[in-house]
Design a protein. Structure first.
Length: 202
């Protein structure tokens, strides 16, 4: 039986949720309808689940969701992570910090009296924030919730379902199977078998 580890982006990224419906209640209802019939198991770390409830509101969740999606944290103290993953992560962080410093220096020069670029200060600050955020956070694991999802997929030898490019990148480094979240609905439909048959529903 396949094991799917779900990231919050499955229920928050509009490019992903549209496969299940136009609004949140429809998205959750249609996902659960397929997931409960599919020959598969679904997991989400408790930290990611709490984040999802904050983003969507606890009112959208019911016992049906927790019966279908197993909420559990990875067993962090029992996991052995390849050392090269840590080395790669540290090297990535170092490069991003250097890049962030260069961006800050560039904008500091523009803000000075001899910057030669009359950009309003508030616009300059906003541009600095956007570029700095992109340099340091895009394409990397930047939260406890992201790490929990990765570790749980690694522990369970499950299939990671996410729209987060940073999570995909680091999951691939660790040998975790990844599924394009845009295909989740079709995948679930293919995993539904009619009663008395070993064949999936067409």
């Amino acid at each position: 039986m396949k094991k799917f580890v779900l990231d919050t982006s499955v229920f928050t990224n509009p490019d992903i949720t549209q496969q299940f419906g136009e609004d949140d209640p429809t998205v959750f209802s249609n996902f659960l309808s397929l997931a409960t019939k599919a020959d598969a198991q679904f997991f989400m770390p408790s930290s990611a689940y709490q984040e999802l409830k904050i983003m969507k509101g606890a009112g959208f969740f019911s016992s049906d969701f927790e019966l279908t999606v197993h909420i559990r944290s990875p067993r962090k103290f029992n996991l052995l992570i390849p050392g090269f993953v840590l080395y790669d992560f540290i090297e990535e962080i170092r490069k991003r910090i250097d890049h962030g410093l260069r961006i800050a220096e560039e904008h500091l020069k523009l803000a000075g009296p001899n910057g030669g670029n009359p950009i309003p200060f508030d616009q300059l600050v906003n541009r600095l924030r956007n570029r700095y955020r992109e340099a340091l956070r895009q394409g990397i694991l930047d939260s406890r919730e992201d790490v929990d999802v990765i570790l749980l997929a690694y522990e369970l030898e499950g299939i990671l379902v996410t729209a987060d490019e940073g999570m995909k990148k680091w999951a691939d480094k660790m040998g975790i199977e990844i599924m394009n979240a845009k295909f989740l609905r079709d995948c679930l439909k293919n995993l539904i078998k009619p009663e008395g048959s070993g064949e999936p529903v067409s």
